[in-house]
Design a protein around this ligand. Structure first.
Ligand SMILES: CSC[C@H]1O[C@H](OP(=O)(O)O)[C@H](O)[C@@H]1O
Length: 339
């Protein structure tokens, strides 16, 4: 089962509900645009490439559900759906990229059913391409890892953050496939613990050795020579910064201090040449995520909370960016890289 897919029989979106992992593996179906948007905002589906596919399938779902009897009306409805989907999470550029690329297929249609067909075909193309892209990216990145390396990662940039295979974990999987022994240190990644819940679960399923640590331990493990390389995913890459899960910046500073290579693995669709660090919106999430873990209260119910979902890592802290087109070493010109 891919992380997210289209069900041709019910004309709906199916996805693994990641909020339940690792305790429960449950596949859910989104039959309405609102249920998809809820799934995105609640992180039932999450991770930049997976959000790209979710946005694309969201347009296909809106087209399928529409009762419009006119191409222009349907087109306007899909543009409204695009706006609604993009509003769910502002930082991961892939969400808007997947929506916009699917909407851009509409002019290829000659009638109402044609619109429904072309947007669904484009969404399926985006999903299929993501898997191929991650495998290419993984092979490029695998050459940067040495046999016996211990690699630290943050959050989840595995197959659950993509349609399949993964980006940061895709590099690790490709290195293991190439016969290299790789040990992973996974940071739990508060407050939603994508690392502790999902990365560990993925790697244990693949029999890749993984050790879970708290985010606050990263300096200690680096200072004690326990980390050979750091590899993370990304939600948006601008010319001057990498936007990724909160805590990534901290690890990058520590890696630089300890002269440990800090790699970012991301497809070209995560690159954003139109923005800079100071123009990107960082998603602010609900205070409840810090006051409670699931239903367990872990802080005063009325304590003031600051809960940004992402931070910005300056490109000068990044050793290399790994993409499906190859490995790029900063400083590089974004326009040339994505051309
Ligand atoms: C391969 S992109 C994964 C990227 O997305 C995650 O954020 P979220 O779990 O909030 O969607 C995190 O930043 C990962 O590095």
């Amino acid at each position: 089962m891919r992380t997210i897919d289209w069900n041709d029989e019910s004309n709906s979106i199916v996805m693994i509900d990641q909020t339940l992992l690792p305790m429960e593996y449950k596949i859910i179906e989104c039959r309405t645009l609102e249920s998809l948007c809820e799934g995105i905002t609640s992180l039932r589906v999450r991770g930049a490439p997976a959000l790209g596919a979710a946005g694309a399938f969201g347009i296909a779902l809106a087209a399928t559900l529409s009762n419009a009897d006119d191409m222009d009306i349907l087109t306007e409805e899909l543009k409204a759906a695009a706006h609604r989907i993009k509003a769910t999470r502002p930082t991961a550029v892939n969400l808007a990229w997947g929506v916009d690329r699917t909407i851009s297929a509409i002019p290829d249609a000659y009638n109402l059913d044609g619109i429904r067909d072309v947007v669904l075909a484009e969404a399926k193309n985006i999903a299929d391409e993501d898997v191929k892209t991650n495998k290419k990216l993984g092979k490029h990145g695998a050459r940067l890892l040495d046999d016996g390396d211990t690699v630290m990662t943050h959050c989840n940039a595995g197959r659950m953050a993509c349609v399949d295979w993964g980006t940061a974990l895709g590099v690790i999987r490709s290195a293991v496939d190439a016969g290299k022994e790789i040990n992973v240190i996974a940071c739990e990644t508060r407050p939603l613990n994508q690392g502790g819940r999902i990365t560990t679960w993925e790697l244990m399923q693949d029999n890749i050795p993984v050790t879970l640590i708290t985010d606050s331990m990263s300096g200690h493990v680096m200072n004690n020579g326990m980390v050979d390389k750091v590899i993370v995913g990304a939600d948006r890459i601008t010319g001057d910064a990498v936007f990724n899960k909160i805590g990534t910046y901290t690890h990058s500073v520590l890696a630089r201090e300890h002269e440990i290579p800090f790699f970012v693995a991301a497809p070209i669709s995560t690159f954003d040449p139109n923005n800079w660090e100071d123009t990107v919106t960082i998603e602010q999430r609900d205070s409840k995520e810090l006051r409670f873990f699931r239903d367990l209260q872990i802080a005063p119910a009325d304590v003031k909370v600051y809960n940004p979902a992402f931070d910005a890592t300056p490109m000068e802290n990044v050793t290399a960016v790994i993409t499906e087109k190859g490995v790029f070493y900063p400083p590089f010109l974004l326009d040339e890289l994505i051309a």
